[in-house]
Design a protein. Structure first.
Length: 114
């Protein structure tokens, strides 16, 4: 009986050794691709309606960039200035006038500028 247990234990150890040694080397963890918003995207120039923006230019540029990268957020923010009467269904429309088929901004709306 003792010999059976010794044989069984040796068989288990040998099997574990084969499994461990037979495994492919561990692959390095791959970094997931950055989200579309995190990738470097080019935009058309910020609109210049001929007057200074209501906020600093860097802040205005950041808001337009947010509008370009997060339409899923601004589509749920209603317009608060009454511009829905001019065809703006949601806040994204105050910044983005037109997108291409891939969703990239092709033309800005100057309404969000000031």
């Amino acid at each position: 009986m003792r010999r059976s247990w010794s044989l069984f234990a040796a068989l288990v150890v040998a099997t574990c050794g084969v499994v461990v040694w037979g495994q492919a080397p561990a692959k390095k963890a791959t970094t997931p691709a950055p989200s579309q918003a995190a990738q470097k995207i080019t935009y058309p120039p910020i609109p210049n309606p001929g007057f200074a923006p209501a906020r600093p230019v860097d802040q205005t540029r950041a808001v337009y960039q947010f509008a370009a990268e997060h339409p899923e957020v601004l589509k749920f923010v209603p317009c608060y200035c009454g511009c829905e009467s001019s065809g703006h269904p949601h806040n994204e429309s105050c910044f983005v006038k037109r997108r291409d088929a891939a969703g990239n901004v092709v033309e800005w709306d100057a309404h969000g500028y000031g």
